[in-house]
Design a protein around this ligand. Sequence first.
Ligand SMILES: [Zn+2]
Length: 85
Amino acid sequence: MRCEREITELAAYAMAALDPTETVLIDRHVRECPVCAVDVDGIRTTLAAVRRLPAEELLGNWSGRLAELREAAVRAALAQRPDQG
Ligand SMILES: [Zn+2]
């Protein structure tokens, strides 16, 4: 079963990079959708690995970089989905 949610949304949600309104919507969806729950879990595992980067890489100015972060998270998430396609 395939869910209509975009992996980009899930990645942004896992990174807490969504607007509060979007976060509520995705949070509600993930609680009810096992497919997306698994995806979010995988993305969070990836993010845990990212946290091993040097602190100076993580403590910069993030405010203007959300698009960049989303893209990085999506790439990491997609790399974990060999069954995609
Ligand atoms: Zn879903």
